[in-house]
Ligand binder design. Structure first.
Ligand code: ROI
Length: 158
């Protein structure tokens, strides 16, 4: 059993409802329990010209292997109407594996810890709500240090 943290994001088709529905779907995955979900936060898109995003982080306990979980999360994204037209385009649902226990994963389909999480307030602040205060990532970075370098600026907690 591994403790896994998932970043959720949506900026199309009622984002808050998309996130609630994704939380329910993740709770029903085989061998998986939803341990905790953060508050929802809104922020402007990092890319101009897109609607604002709603983001959150979920803590899961799972017996699935990393790539099994990735497949399951992509199936949930697809079920919720995700269309993959442009790489950074607006989306009904984005589910990112941020952390997978203490594992460092470097595979073509999956890199964990998520490579840009340290730059993203909309990931770090909700993560801090559901993770232990003294969390250290598999690559030895402390969550507290990442937070100290990432201003809360621009986030609105719902
Ligand atoms: N911006 C915000 N605020 N939240 C996201 O989840 C998000 N995801 C993206 C890009 C387009 C980079 N911007 C984002 O993929």
């Amino acid at each position: 059993m591994e403790r896994v943290y998932i970043g959720l994001g949506s900026n199309l088709s009622a984002p808050d409802a998309q996130l609630r529905s994704a939380l329910q779907a993740m709770a029903q995955l085989p061998g998986t329990a939803l341990a905790q979900a953060s508050s929802f936060y809104t922020s402007d898109s990092l890319l101009p010209g897109q609607p604002r995003y709603t983001n959150a982080v979920a803590a899961l306990d799972t017996r699935l292997a990393p790539l099994e979980l990735l497949d399951a999360l992509q199936a949930i994204e697809n079920d919720q109407g995700r269309e993959r037209k442009e790489r950074w385009g607006p989306r009904t649902l984005d589910l990112d594996i941020l952390l997978f226990g203490d594992q460092l994963i470097d595979q073509p389909r999956l890199k964990v810890p998520h490579y840009q999480m340290h730059l993203r307030a909309f990931v770090l602040y909700p993560l801090a709500e559901v993770a232990p205060q003294d969390l250290v990532l598999a690559d030895k970075r402390a969550l507290s240090a990442l937070l100290a370098q990432c201003p809360f600026e621009g986030l609105e907690r719902l």
